[in-house]
Each structure stands twice: as structure tokens, then as C-alpha cells.
Design a protein around this ligand. Structure first.
Ligand code: ARG
Length: 566
């Protein structure tokens, strides 16, 4: 409740001339329980200044401060001055604002005129789009929506892994054992098989690795056969990825993947040379990073072929030139921490001060119950399968509970996909976790379906009341504890989004909406909403609608839908 804190500090300031407003504000606390008020100011530090016991000072200040401006009671409790917010005024302020701003409630324009690039999802061509990619995909999308809601202009970049030595391997494998129809039928499963087979065989025949490297070099030099195969692998893979993006309703502004930078590499190499940063070491070219205690950054291999890091250097420069970003965010797993440290530090050495605006938003690994995921060993869970199973399971549940529901398929999709997305966003980013079918498909407890169900409940109450929500509301009827609890959560919406944005942690928004759902459900169970008392009914319906709107806005920010019935 930011504004109240300011009001409270101003009131205190009128009695404490020797402290600045900021100093006062920094001392304000939230009392441990509601009976003690909404804000408290400790007077211990004033003892010296006033040459009196803290209790006496608190008593004195409390007596002199005038109520008003949303504060309706000031008392002293021991050495504290405690403030009580006027609950009716709070209800009025919050609900009116939500009704006024509707789907814009929670938004702001603090980011106006600033560009942010978010590099997320970025799967590798010809490899499975598996459960390990879900976090970057949904966290990246939520961050896009979070920044966007605060007025930033966000550019969503899918930095596809569509280049590198693995394409040499794939070309060799395809030429040896490939089958066109099989690839067209199930591109990624088939290409993965070829990739796995390549690794099995290459263990016996290491010369295959040389052959693969040679094919990648051909690709880099524009050999038509290599290019044609590569293009085909890429197109077929993208078709598969697109099915997942469609299910999640995720779009990108740019699909410039690694291959996009292949012709921008020589310029980077030249620049590193001319800035005297390139060092030759055992036939390779590196940038030394000993000044920051990092291993050297490998820029060029002995066969002259370029690397993941080199392509990221080119991408960073390109993005700065093209988008003049205020911040460049990379949503990539914590295994790549060293890679990004090296990337940012090479840019620093190149003299680009904007390296400070680049952020590696990392997240922990997803393991499987059978062990770590391994593309090479073929031990993977496909993201598409997870989403589809979640949808199927939801369809069964809806059919059972509500056999005549219309649009069962739509509900199943919105709730099933929502369940997966919400679960991914509820964990703090950095924790590793083990993927479990059971947990993902459970709708009990603090899950997405629970929040969506609360939204549908609000809609049901509105339908049942079947009256137009009046604008003439007596907000003093919403000052009981249950209502006030809901209103306080509603009021903190924008603060939660901004907090999530500053920490790049969407789970702060999932926490917010869970708190809202819990507070609302308590209010719902303890109170009769469609009361015979018309005034009371109107006031409570207004709270229901304010809650419904705020849940819808929160879920939208997380990349989820809010069905009206389920
Ligand atoms: N394709 C990489 C992977 O799957 C992620 C790329 C992340 N973005 C970047 N600019 N390096 O591991």
C-alpha cells in the first residue's frame, strides 16, 4: 500500500521536524496482527532527540496527529505509534479503480519509450522440444507480458539453435541411414533417431566425427547440398515447434536464430583482432578473461569454424544496433551461466558499456524420475506430449463433473495448458526440480485450475445474481475482516507485478493470484453474497467483480486464460 505509507510518513513528519520523510518512511513497519493497526512507527530512535522515554514520545505524537486522508485512527501501543487505515475509503478507492481501468488494472507506463529484448525458448533444430524447454518458454513469455504491462516495448526473440557442428553430424547420419518419408512423417523423432545412431556408431568409428565437422564447414561455406538438407531439417522442425507454440499461444517478433549470424561473424573476428583482444592458443583463437577469473572465451576453433559464443557476440551487437535495448534479457538455464559470463565480459573488453544492461535470467534444471534427461540417449519427455496429456485429463474431469458443458474442448485446452504453465511459474526460477506426471496433472491445492476455478466461481455468482452491478455502492459495508483481506490483496496488484519485474520472477505474480484466490474463497464461504439486503448484495457483488477482473488480469500476465465456466 505505497500511498498509505506516504500519507503516514507525512503525518509523522508534521510532528518530527528533525527527520526527513525518507528516514521516517524507512522505519515504518507492518504490525504483526490486524488488531494493532495497518502501520506502526517505532519511537526508540527518537529518545535522544526528544530526551524522553520512547513510550511517552509515542503517546505524545499519537495524540497530536490528526486523522483523515484515509487514516481513521492513530493510537500508541507502547513505544509505537499505530495507524489504522479507513477500510471503507480503502474499499472505495480500490474497487473504483478496478471498475475504471478494467483489463488495464495493474498496468502502468513506467517503461514508456524503452526497448527490452527477451531471448527465450530458443530450442535446437532437429532436436526434441522437450520438457527441459518449458521453463524458458513460459518464463520468457510471462516476463514479456510483465514488462509489456508496465509500458516497455518488448521484442521477443527466439534464438533458434539452427547452426553448429551437430548439423554436420545430422547430414552424415541422414546420408548414411536416412529416409525422406520417415522424416517428413515425424521429423523430430526421426532426426533424433539419426542423431542417437550417429553417436552410437561414432563411438566405434571416431573418423565419423571428422566427417561431420567437414560437412559443417561445407555448410558454413554455402555448399548447396549441405544447405538444402539443413534448410529442410529446419523447416520440418519449425513445423513441430509451432504446434507447441500454438497450444501455448506464444508468438515471437523475431526468429533470427544462430544461422542468421553466420555472415556477421567475420566482422566480429575483425573487431576482436583490431581491438587486440584475440590471442592465438594451440591453433584456436581465444579472448583472455583472467582479469575476472574466468576461463578464456573460445572464439574460433582450429578448423576456423565459429562457435556458439561467437554467434552470441554477433547477436548482441546486432540487437544493440537494431533495437537499442534498455535491457537485454536471456532466459536460459543455469548450466549456461559460464557462457553468459564470458559473453558479457568479452563485450566489456570490447568497450561496450551496455554489457551492463544484459541479464542472464537463469533457472534450474528439470530432471526426470528416471534420471537426467539425455537427448543423445533418447531419454526425453516431449513438451507436446505433456500439454496433450494435460488437456486429455482435463477433458475427462470436465466431462465427468459437467457432462452438458458447452465447449468442452476449449475448456480442456485452457485449463489443461494453464495447469502446466502455472506449475512451471509457481516455483522460484532457480530451483532444480524433477518432472512428475502426477504433480503436473494434479489439480488439487495451489494449482492453476484452482485459480481458474475461483474465477469461474465469480462468474457463476454474477450469473446467479443476474443484476447489473450498481455504481451506487455503500463501501462501508465492505469493512469486515474477510472483505478487507480481499481488498488489501487487490490493492497490491501493481506492486506485485513491479516486484516480479524487478526480480525477473514471474512466481511473484503466481503467489499474488493464489493469495487473492484464497482470500476470496474465505470471503465466499463465510458470507452470503446474494443477500436479501439489497445494499449489502450490491456491495458484495462489486467485490466479486473486482476480484474476477483482477484474477483475469493476473492470469493474462502469466499467459493463461480465464474460462467463465469449467
Ligand atoms: N539453443 C540453446 C539451448 O537450447 C539456447 C539459446 C539461448 N540463447 C542464446 N542467445 N544463447 O541450449
Amino acid at each position: 500500500m505505497a500511498d498509505y505509507k506516504i500519507v503516514v510518513s507525512e503525518k509523522l513528519k508534521s510532528q518530527i521536524e528533525d527527520m526527513t520523510l525518507e528516514e521516517i518512511q524507512a522505519l515504518i513497519e507492518i504490525p504483526p496482527n490486524k488488531e494493532m493497526g495497518d502501520y506502526a512507527f517505532p519511537c526508540f530512535k527518537l529518545a535522544k532527540l526528544f530526551r524522553k522515554a520512547p513510550n511517552m514520545i509515542a503517546q505524545d505524537i499519537a495524540e497530536k496527529i490528526e486523522v483523515g486522508d484515509g487514516i481513521d485512527k492513530v493510537v500508541n501501543l507502547g513505544a509505537y505509534v499505530n495507524f489504522f487505515v479507513s477500510k471503507g475509503e480503502l474499499a472505495e478507492k480500490v474497487i473504483k479503480q478496478i471498475f475504471d481501468e478494467k483489463e488495464n488494472y495493474g498496468k502502468s507506463d513506467i517503461g514508456k519509450g524503452k526497448n527490452i529484448t527477451i531471448d527465450f525458448s530458443s530450442p535446437n533444430i532437429a532436436k526434441p522440444f522437450h520438457i527441459g524447454h518449458i521453463r524458458t518458454t513460459v518464463i520468457g513469455n510471462a516476463l514479456y507480458k510483465i514488462y509489456n504491462s508496465q509500458g516497455f516495448n518488448v521484442i521477443r526473440i527466439n534464438h533458434l539453435g539452427d547452426y553448429g557442428t551437430q548439423f554436420g553430424k545430422l547430414i552424415v547420419a541422414y546420408k548414411l541411414w536416412g529416409n525422406k518419408e520417415a522424416v517428413e512423417k515425424e521429423p523430430i523423432k526421426e532426426l533424433l533417431k539419426l542423431y542417437v545412431k550417429f553417436h552410437d556408431e561414432a563411438e566405434q568409428k571416431p573418423e565419423m566425427e571428422d566427417e561431420a565437422r567437414a560437412w559443417f564447414t561445407k555448410l558454413e561455406n554455402g555448399d548447396p547440398e549441405a544447405k538444402e538438407l539443413w534448410q529442410w531439417f529446419r523447416d520440418e522442425s519449425l513445423k513441430e515447434f509451432q504446434r507447441v507454440y500454438d497450444l501455448l499461444e506464444i508468438d515471437f517478433d523475431s526468429l533470427a536464430g544462430e544461422s542468421f549470424y553466420s555472415d556477421k561473424m567475420p566482422a566480429i573476428i575483425d573487431e576482436l583482432n583490431s581491438k587486440n583482444l584475440m590471442i592465438e592458443s594451440k591453433g584456436t583463437n581465444i579472448v583472455d578473461l583472467e582479469d575476472v577469473n574466468l576461463p578464456p572465451a573460445l572464439i574460433q576453433k582450429n578448423d576456423g569454424s565459429s562457435l556458439y559464443l561467437t554467434r552470441d557476440l554477433a547477436a548482441a551487437e546486432y540487437r544493440k544496433k537494431t533495437y537499442d535495448f534498455y535491457k537485454a534479457i536471456y532466459v536460459v538455464g543455469s548450466q549456461q551461466e559460464l557462457h553468459f559470463k564470458q559473453l558479457f565480459n568479452v563485450l566489456r573488453k570490447m568497450g561496450y558499456e551496455w554489457y551492463k544492461d544484459m541479464i542472464h535470467v537463469q533457472f534450474g534444471m528439470v530432471a526426470l524420475e528416471e534420471g537426467t534427461m539425455s537427448t543423445r540417449k533418447g531419454r526425453v519427455v516431449f513438451l507436446e506430449d505433456v500439454l496433450k496429456q494435460a488437456i486429455d485429463k482435463t477433458r475427462e474431469i470436465v466431462k465427468e463433473k459437467n457432462p452438458d458443458a458447452e465447449n468442452i474442448d476449449k475448456i480442456a485446452r485452457e485449463v489443461g495448458v494453464g495447469a502446466v504453465v502455472f506449475q512451471e511459474l509457481s516455483n522460484s526460477r532457480i530451483k532444480d526440480y524433477t518432472f512428475s506426471w502426477e504433480r503436473t496433472l494434479s489439480f488439487e491445492g495451489e494449482t492453476g485450475p484452482y485459480v481458474q476455478y475461483t474465477h469461474a466461481r465469480c462468474c457463476a455468482v454474477k450469473r446467479k445474481a443476474n443484476v447489473y452491478i450498481s455504481s451506487d455502492i455503500d463501501f462501508n459495508l465492505l469493512t469486515d475482516e474477510d472483505s478487507t483481506d480481499v481488498i488489501k490483496v487487490l490493492e497490491s496488484f501493481n506492486k506485485s507485478i513491479v516486484h516480479a519485474m524487478n526480480k525477473n520472477e514471474p512466481h511473484i505474480v503466481t503467489r499474488f493470484v493464489l493469495d487473492l484466490a484464497q482470500a476470496f474463497n474465505k470471503f465466499y464461504h463465510n458470507n452470503i453474497i446474494i443477500s436479501d439486503d439489497i445494499e449489502l448484495r450490491n456491495a458484495r457483488l462489486a467485490l466479486v467483480e473486482a476480484t474476477r477482473q483482477t484474477i483475469e488480469n493476473s492470469l493474462a500476465i502469466l499467459g493463461m486464460k480465464s474460462p467463465e465456466k469449467m
